[in-house]
Ligand binder design. Sequence first.
Ligand code: ARG
Length: 460
Amino acid sequence: MSGNEKAWGGRFAGATAELMERFNASIGFDRKLLEVDIAGSLVHARALERAGVLTAEEVAQIHAGLEQVRAELSAPGHLFSAGLEDIHMAVERRLTELIGPLGGKLHTGRSRNDQVNLDERLYLREAIAGIRLRLRHLQQVLADSAETHLEVILPGYTHLQQAQPILFGHYALALFWMLERDQGRLEDAWKRADFLPLGAGALAGSAYPLDRQFMARELGFSGVTPNSLDTVSDRDFLLEAMAALAILMMHLSRFCEDLIIWSTREFGFVELADAFSTGSSMMPQKKNPDSLELVRGKTGRVYGDLFSLLTTMKGIPLTYAKDMQEDKEPLFDAFGSVADCLEVFAGAWQTMQLRPARMEAAVDDAALATDLADYLARQGVPFREAHHLVGRLVRFALDAGLGLRGLTLEELKSHSPTFGEDALALLDLRHSLDLRNIEGGTGPQAVRSQLARARAILNP
Ligand code: ARG
């Protein structure tokens, strides 16, 4: 296509270099915005009618034309040429081929700067809804798994060193609550995106009396943006959502890391299903947790998407500059990757086998040391001193090659006369867990109420 055939070609005497045409084009990726672009144009045409720019008959023709454009351009094999530049131009060009010069009236009072901003908000609304649905599904899987394996005992870690015994139900619900905050962040991000940008024009506001409130209502926005310069400069709504996605991925990634460690022969706490594992091309014995490794790996990629856009935005003088076209690939990549990761992670979790006996056997009974110190503290020994006494007791047991549970009452007493007969009962995992029925703790009663709280969110 030569320069003077372009929508903006009037001012140009020479043709665009073929290299520049390819470099400039976003149609290869922004074709994803076809549906929302047309949805926006349908409403814009009606606003033009209300502003006296188009007749009802013209709007009807434009609407019919746009429907046909939608059908044609959404066909899976449809090829777009780079000369079309972007999805906005591609739609307008095909519309004009179909309905003639009237197609050229559609862009009255609108710029691609407010148009692309609208398209991205509409895309974002659906993309957030899609992620939130998948989050809900994963939360459901976690609640079910917490219920099924609620009382399975395993070591809880800090510094990846055994700390205190915990229940598996408690562990699974930990992720449930992280994801619940992710839900909140996405919901909240949408609140600030929920404003109509159309009417901002290129930057200074449209010179036609477009009823912005009408367009906002028709497109389902809660209001209209207050400043046209801010509007066409703004990509905060994408950044906020992508930051929420980055945090979400960080959550998944940490659980992937745990499960990868737990699925090693050394730990053997879980076994991933064949369906979510892969083998080695060389070593016949291998079964690798690739599903979880890929989710962990894609976390870096989603962070990169966020940083790519943050970096793109930081030096752009107000208002729009073409740099901002670089927002789309990271945006689509982040939402696409997170959608995939949520599904894969839910599948891997749902199908993995727990090894409860391995988990419980792995609990070092030194993990009960805090309970012994608490026992002394309850008898009036200052906690710091109790901590020290029990520390020496642990060292004594270690030197003797015993676990805490191997110690006699006499050995306890020799470290502190405050230890009584009832102290021995402390050296029991279930007892230790029963001590932690505080709201939010790992005690079985507490985990049951926590589960009820989670269920109330899932089934309001
Ligand atoms: N494809 C462009 C983008 O994504 C659309 C906006 C173009 N605006 C312009 N003034 N050239 O940013």
